[in-house]
Ligand binder design. Structure first.
Ligand code: ARG
Length: 404
């Protein structure tokens, strides 16, 4: 009899590698691995060999970088998505696309189940499961999560891998849990879990340390068209290439590292270490263009939307009506975000030092303190008279005593 098939999201890391064997033994299913390439160059060349060695009957590798950049990174950039002011959400936006591809592969292989290597205490399980359930609601797929079901500790997982004679990419005894894509990477586990301990230098993969970053500042220029970055240093580039090049340039200057304690959706706080050089530069650059081109009201609305959007994406609600509604707002608010931004990258610092746009709302004549000043100072007096009216009346009628 033909065995049922499970499609397993496969990165070649510890969790997903031992999952192949675990599913075969515990479910009796045939396992097809699916590696979803979201960029960032994270996969080892022997991925297929590793999958087969772990017991997979087939190994798919799908390059979805373009789709990731266009449909996931760009909307998040336009929304100014940053979780708790620190995390640019690389993993959070990667998961829904991976889930989408798992469902597509399941249809192609007529599979009964899909599987992922998430544990039972992270956000990723919520993102995967919610997206899979949402996208396959017509004919629900079984979801298998070996790490969650077997509840193995990191050391037990390492032991399991040893028994299967599977070598793991790691530094000495340290095996970090790394999730990497075009938009950035998250490093977890081992000594990083102690918020008091500074992450060791070998935990970082794509950014230089402050000490090793070049001694001279690097100036770059990014051009935007309706919020989409289209040129780097005057060179026209597609979004994927632009982000790749920017990751290299900014990463070399040590830009984009973040260490913080984060509130997970599942209720616990976790210590997180991130690298996101290109995302950091693009986020700051677009924000500087917004400051130039959006009205104050638009900026306030945008920052409210950013917070809601970030929580929504972090919490695994990518495939929701609200996210689509917010995208429509952000796209509309980006209509005039066309212009150039000049950035100075220096010793892990990313500073916007220049911004210009044909749609700029900045008026030199109004802002200057020089003799070219065109602002009507006299009308300020009348403005303040009316502006202060409510507080003057209130003070007189109500709060005179308290305020003395
Ligand atoms: N804390 C981040 C998030 O929830 C990153 C998770 C990274 N996952 C991993 N398996 N290393 O989005």
């Amino acid at each position: 009899m033909k065995k049922d098939i499970a499609i397993l999201a496969f990165s070649g890391g510890l969790d997903s590698t031992i999952s192949v064997d675990w599913i075969k033994k515990n479910y009796g299913y045939e396992v097809v691995t699916l590696t979803v390439d979201l960029g960032g160059g994270q996969f080892s060349a022997d991925l297929e060999k590793r999958a087969k060695k772990a017991g997979a009957s087939d190994c798919l590798i799908w390059d979805v970088k373009e789709e990731f950049a266009k449909d996931f990174i760009l909307p998040s950039l336009l929304a100014g998505a940053i979780y708790e002011n620190e995390y640019l959400l690389a993993t959070s936006i990667g998961r829904p696309l991976m889930a989408k591809k798992l469902v597509e592969a399941a249809i192609e292989y007529d599979a009964k189940a899909v599987a992922h290597g998430c544990t039972g205490k992270g956000n990723d399980q919520v993102r995967f499961d919610t997206a899979i359930k949402t996208l396959s609601s017509d004919s629900p797929l079984e979801i298998i999560a070996p790490a969650r079901e077997a509840s193995l500790t990191r050391d037990e997982e390492k032991e399991y891998a040893k028994k299967l004679d599977i070598k793991l990419p790691g530094v000495g005894e340290r095996v970090y849990s790394i999730d990497r894509n075009l938009w950035g990477l998250a490093i977890e586990g081992e000594d990083l879990e102690d918020p008091w301990i500074e992450p060791p230098e070998d935990a970082y993969m794509i950014t230089s340390s402050l000490e090793d970053a070049p001694k001279k500042p690097k100036y770059i220029e990014i051009s935007f068209n309706k919020g989409t970055p289209v040129k780097l240093n005057g060179k026209k580039l597609g979004l994927v290439n632009l982000i790749e090049e920017l990751n290299d340039i900014a990463g070399l200057c040590g830009v984009g590292r973040t260490i913080h304690v984060e509130n997970r959706l599942v209720g616990i706080k976790s210590r997180e270490t991130y690298e996101a050089p290109a995302a950091t530069v693009l986020y700051k650059s677009l924000q500087s263009l917004e400051k130039l081109n959006l009205s104050r009201d638009q900026q306030r609305m945008k920052s409210m939307i950013s917070t809601t959007y970030s929580d929504l994406v972090y919490d695994g609600r990518w495939y929701s009506g609200l996210r689509e509604n917010l995208d429509a707002y952000c796209k509309s608010s980006a209509r005039y975000l066309t212009g150039d931004v000049r950035i100075k990258l220096f010793k892990s610092n990313c500073e916007v030092v220049g911004v210009r746009s044909p749609y700029s709302l900045y008026s030199f004549d109004l802002a200057t303190y020089s003799s070219e000043d065109k602002f009507d100072h006299n009308s300020a007096v009348g403005f303040i008279d009316i502006y202060s009216l409510p507080s003057r009346i209130q003070r007189k009628q109500q709060i005179h005593d308290e305020m003395g």
